[in-house]
Each structure stands twice: as C-alpha cells, then as structure tokens.
Design a protein around this ligand. Structure first.
Ligand code: MSP
Length: 499
C-alpha cells in the first residue's frame, strides 16, 4: 500500500527555527513508521518561495527574491539530514516544473468556470500573505499576528469562487469527521465555513515575484494557491521520468500548524474540487511551540535554533523532546532547561542506562551471547498488543500518545531489572536458568521498544539494534518473542553521553 505524507512548505524569508523542524519531524515519524510497516512511502517537504513574505524580506536585505530564496532554501534543505529527516523529495516552488504544473491546474480551474475578474478592496498582511477582514484586525488596524500596521488595498485581479463551495465543504465535514484531526480543529474549520464563505483573490496585480497567470500575464497567482498546489505538483516530477501521481495522490496526511488551518481546511479542498482532483485523506493540525509564553517566531525573536540543539545533543534527542514535552496537537512551552532535564532523566537514564546495563550483563554473565531460554511470562502482559496500539495511535497521527505507550515499557523494563536483580542471580549457580530467562527477556524487551522507537530515534535505534545483534527494524519484529536468543551483543559507548 502507498502512504503519502507532507509538511507545510516553509517561507524562505528567514532561516529555519525549531517550529519548522517540529512539523517536519512529526511528518518524518509517520513516514518512518509506515516504511517499517512495509508501505510504499512518499514523504515531501520543501520551501514556499513566492509572494510578499519573501519579496519584502529580500527588499529589506537589499538582494533579489531569487537570491534570498536560493540562500535560505539551501538552509532548509541542509536541515533535513541534520534532523535525521528522511524526505523523499524537497520541492521549491520556484522549480520550473512546479510553476508549469500550477499554471496547468489553475488554467483548468479557470476553464471550469470557477474564476472571474473583480476588484479587491480590503486589508492585507504581507507577512501572513493573508487577506484580513475587519474582525481579524487588532488595535489601530494592525495584524494580530505580526503586530504591523496594515494598509487598505485596492486592486483589480482575478477571484476564485470560494463561495460556490459552501455546500460541498459543509457536506465534506459532515461526512468525514476525521478529515481534519484533532477534532477541535475540524470544529474550527466547520465553524469558519458555517459563517459563510467569501470569494477570494486568486491572483495579485501588484506583485512580480510569483507564477504568472497564463490568461493574464500582467498578474501572478496569489502565493497561497501556488503553495498549496505543491502537494500535487511534486508527484509529477520528483522522480525523473516517472509521474507518481497515480501511486500517491490523494495524500494520507498533510501535517500543518494551526496557523494555516483556514488555507488547508477551506481553500485547499475547494481548490481541489474546482480542479477535479481528489481530496486528501487527513490533515493533522498541531499546535505551537511557545517560548516565554509566545509562539516561537522569527518576527518575535524568541526562537530556538535547531542546528545549535542538534550540535550539542544530537538529532534524536531533539526528536524525542519535541513530542514528549508537548503533546502533538496542543500548544506547549519549550525551553533549554526543559530540554536538558528530559535528556538527562529520560534519554540518558531511563533508556540509555537500560541499554548499557543489558548489554553489559549479557557480556559479563554470558560471554556476550544472549541465552537461548524461555521468555519470562511476567513481562508478556506488558507487551501484549503494544505494536498494534502504537500503530493504531500513529494511524491517527497521535505521535505523542504513541511515544508515551513505548516509554511506559522502557520504564517497565527498568523496574524488571530491579525486581530480578540479575547480579544476585549470577552469584548462585542454582539460579543459572533464571538468569538466562531474565537476560533473554531483557534483551528481547529492549529490542522491541527499540524497534518501536525507531521513528523517533532513528540513529539511536539503529546503533542499539546493531549492538544487540538484531539489526532488523521491520514492524513484524516489534512483538515480544518475535526473536529468540543466540545473538552476539557488542558494547556501544553511551547512547546519550553528557554533552
Ligand atoms: N509557507 C506557508 C505554508 C504553506 S503550506 C502550503 C507558511 N510557512 S511558515 O514558514 O511560516 O511556517 C509554516 C509552518 O511552520 C507552520 O504551519 C507550522 O507548521 C510551523 N511552525 C512555525 N512556527 C511554529 C511554532 N512556533 N510552533 C510550531 N510550529 C510552527 O506558513
């Protein structure tokens, strides 16, 4: 079966921060998990390069939009391997193939009768690239997100008949309560639609940095329509010489932040319907990472640099922290102190120490070979149905919930070590059989949690499974008892050393 997951594409007006890394790692967890399950996966990320957010930032820096885009797109692209992110393609909306496909699809939307000429008069935030209604505005006509004063704009452009999709969208939400997850975000989208949909500008007259409109070359497409289409266009050219649209469209999950819900939950399905394309299966909407109580964002200056965190603690530690500290789907605060505390207590102590103890005991008491013995039935109930539960959680993109399930078992294994006290068994020859059982059960439990943790901790999991002499990460090995004894272990240095 095919599985297609996407991240938002990121504006190249500035360098990436932890908020961008967050959506990307979330999508990567799903992609890696599905590959373990044997699915054919396509995982897309990339950069959103047109429109005012980029054009104005380039102006401020005294470079062309293209120069700024080239510089920052490279930083986003380079971030992926640093974060252990396994994207199959990196799209840039300035790719020639993307632009051509956008023109083709939006020409079709035009020809299908969903576009008309009109005049936009109203408020617009160039940082959000969003048209604002009076009720959206903050004090003194400011953007409530960017706190900048907005101008009233008036321009002749082309409109998309969003209003004519009122009824189809209402039906979509009534029929598919899991189209948008979690449920609160679906309710939010429904409420927005219920207020009554207004037509929206499809093109911009005043801007040059964008995809030109084939039927009116003086205009470019409004950046959001150009950007949303990346999810479809990428499939047509990501693999040279092969169009993968048939295999992967519709997408299984678009992972997005709550700030861009309206575009994805309202504009996007309407646009797809207008173009005669299938709708994605789910959007998963996560919350904000906050610092000092505010959304982490470049314009507020309260950002954590993911590169700095990775250099100090490693990518896996960051990947773990994001989903343990903040429940995926909700807002939550992050901090350097919180990060260090979790690194120490959970990664270094709970998991890292468990791993080194198990490896060391097999080495010391059984010359480095996991004994062939009976598994301890005492652990069986703790692992019963675990792989299925984790898979079911991840089918709903419950990335924190799934991780919690596994972490409970990591802690269970630590308690088991204390309960069995293998160092005491080792002193009594009559307990040799019990020691065999304990060591095998620990090695097997550790192997199972590690296979399950692979999507969050890919580098660590690979290293530890190799040390356990059981390198496979396939999901059918994620059952307690799927492997027996006999493997030769080897030591690895501490998995999570003191930074
Ligand atoms: N270019 C648009 C998206 C187009 S998708 C077709 C855009 N880009 S963005 O760079 O501003 O941010 C995109 C995403 O980054 C957000 O939706 C969110 O997923 C993520 N985040 C940015 N800051 C964040 C936090 N502080 N916390 C969590 N996620 C954040 O919008």
């Amino acid at each position: 079966m095919a599985f297609y997951v996407t991240t938002p594409i990121y504006y190249v007006n500035a360098a990436p921060h932890l908020g961008h890394a967050y959506s990307t790692i979330g999508a990567d967890v799903l992609a890696r998990h599905m590959r373990q399950r044997g699915e054919e996966v396509f995982f897309l990320t990339g950069t959103d390069e047109h429109g005012e957010p980029v054009a104005q930032a380039a102006d401020r820096e005294g470079v062309t939009p293209r120069e700024l885009a080239d510089r920052n797109a490279e930083r986003f692209r380079a971030l992926m391997p640093l974060l252990n992110v396994s994207n199959d393609f990196f799209i840039r909306t300035s790719d020639r193939e993307h632009e051509a496909k956008v023109q083709e699809i939006l020409q079709r939307v035009h020809d299908n009768g969903h576009v008309y000429r009109g005049t936009y008069a109203g408020w617009y935030c160039p940082r959000c690239a969003d048209f604002k209604t009076e009720t959206d505005l903050g004090d003194q006509n400011t953007c409530p997100i960017h706190h900048i004063t907005l101008e009233r704009e008036r321009e002749d452009n082309w409109f998309f008949r969003l209003s004519s999709f009122q009824e189809p969208l209402e039906r979509l939400y009534a029929e598919r309560p899991d189209f948008v997850l979690p449920r609160v975000r679906s309710n939010e989208a429904r409420a927005f639609i219920h207020q009554g949909l207004q037509d929206v500008s499809l093109t911009r007259a005043r801007l040059r940095w964008g995809v030109s409109v084939p039927w009116d070359p003086d205009q470019v497409f409004y950046v959001w329509f150009d950007a949303l289409l990346n999810y479809v266009t990428a499939l047509s050219y990501a693999r040279p010489g092969a169009d993968q649209t048939e295999t992967f469209w519709p997408a299984d999950f678009h992972v997005i932040g709550k700030d861009i819900l309206k575009f994805h939950a309202v504009f996007w399905p309407a646009l797809l319907l207008a173009a005669g394309l299938e709708l994605p299966r789910h959007l998963f909407v996560h919350g904000f990472l906050l610092m000092q109580g505010e959304k982490m964002s470049k314009s507020l200056g309260n950002v954590l640099d993911p590169v700095a965190v990775v250099e100090r603690f490693g990518a896996d530690a960051l990947r773990h922290y994001c989903f343990r500290e903040v429940s995926f789907g909700q807002d939550g605060s992050v901090s350097t102190a919180g990060f260090e505390a979790r690194y120490e207590t959970e990664l270094a102590n709970d998991y890292g120490n468990l791993a080194s103890r198990v490896l060391a005991m097999v080495e010391r008491y059984r010359d480095g070979v996991v004994p062939e013995a009976e598994l301890d039935a005492a652990l069986a109930p703790d692992f019963e149905g675990l792989a299925e539960t984790v898979a079911a959680r991840l089918d709903g993109a419950e990335i924190s919930g799934a991780l919690d399930e596994v972490w409970e078992r990591v802690r269970r294994l630590n308690r088991y070590v204390e309960e069995c006290a293998p160092w005491k068994l080792a002193r009594d020859e009559a307990q040799a059989g019990a020691l065999d059982t304990t060591l095998l059960s620990l090695a097997e439990g550790l192997r199972v949690v590690t296979v399950l943790l692979h999507p969050w901790l890919p580098g660590t999991a690979e290293r530890l499974l190799d040390a356990l002499g059981q390198p496979g990460i396939e999901y059918d090995g994620a059952r307690y008892g799927a492997r027996g004894g006999g493997a030769r272990v080897k030591s690895t240095g501490p998995l999570f050393p003191k930074p």
